[in-house]
Design a protein around this ligand. Structure first.
Ligand code: MLT
Length: 258
């Protein structure tokens, strides 16, 4: 598995296939394995799935912001000669993708926003981030997993898809506490990208699980309405983690788009 060090943080990633580069950024507190079943559906393309610093197999030495992650991702892609690329992300990865679009639109072929939103955090959400950072420092990743898990998968999926629930629990619990705390603070202070949406001139695909409880279809529809020409794919029988709940449908939507 290749790695590349940028500003003291070492990024791990998979880089497979040839053709138009598609870059995929995972959500919180997850890692690049969320794309494992999506990537085979993009077999005609070059797919680069990254672990953000501190997540998965990447290491965290220096704290980050959502904007700095986009800058470092751009440096990684330049190093890999993978620009211009489609850049896409799930939830927190969508925030990074939006930050990328804000700074490096000229190096993008398109933007893919999966189960994510453009708006910044409300005052209440910011307070929740601070509380979660404190919780993980005090009680560890399992406490955060316990708090988040019920909202992650689609309606009814936790009891009916035990293997998926187990896989997700393991991924979340494996996320180191310092990474979770750093990500909470980075998300709290991220830009509000709402004003960016009408400025986007590139092709945009928005994907949302039909029962996404964290970034619901209404938010996805509002983003679509704000971006001229954006396409929207609503994924049936999926919640906030459509790429692991319905990888075939998500892969299909992405393959058609690119
Ligand atoms: C995610 O799935 O990445 C998170 O739910 C994003 C967030 O907490 O805003």
């Amino acid at each position: 598995m290749p790695t590349y060090t940028i500003n003291a943080n070492t990024w791990s990633f998979d880089d497979t296939g040839t053709g138009t580069p598609i870059v995929l950024v995972h959500g919180f507190p997850l890692d690049r394995r969320v794309w494992a079943q999506v990537v085979p559906r993009l077999a005609k393309q070059r797919v680069i799935a990254v672990d953000l610093p501190g997540f998965g197999q990447s290491t965290l030495a220096k704290p980050f912001t959502i904007a700095s992650l986009a800058v470092d991702l751009h440096q990684l892609l330049a190093h890999l000669r993978a620009l211009p690329a489609f850049v896409g992300g799930l939830s927190m990865g969508g925030y990074v993708s939006l930050a990328f679009a804000k700074q490096f639109a000229g190096d993008m072929r398109g933007l893919i926003l999966v189960d994510t939103k453009a708006a910044g955090d409300s005052a209440e959400a910011k307070a929740g981030r601070v509380a979660m950072a404190a919780l993980v420092r005090e009680k560890g990743s399992a406490a955060v997993t316990e708090q988040m898990l019920p909202k992650m998968l689609g309606a009814g999926a936790l009891p009916t898809r035990p293997a998926l629930a187990r896989q997700l629990t393991q991924m979340m619990e494996a996320c180191p506490a310092p990474t979770i705390a750093a990500a909470c603070l980075a998300m709290k202070d991220r830009d509000d990208f709402t004003a960016l949406l009408p400025e986007l001139k590139m092709p945009v695909l928005i994907v949302v699980g039909e029962t996404d409880a964290i970034t619901p279809p209404a938010m996805a529809a509002a983003m679509r309405a704000a971006i001229t020409g954006a396409k929207l794919a609503v994924i049936p029988a999926a919640g906030h983690l459509a790429p692991i709940e319905q990888p075939q449908l998500v892969g299909q939507a992405m393959a058609q788009f690119v």
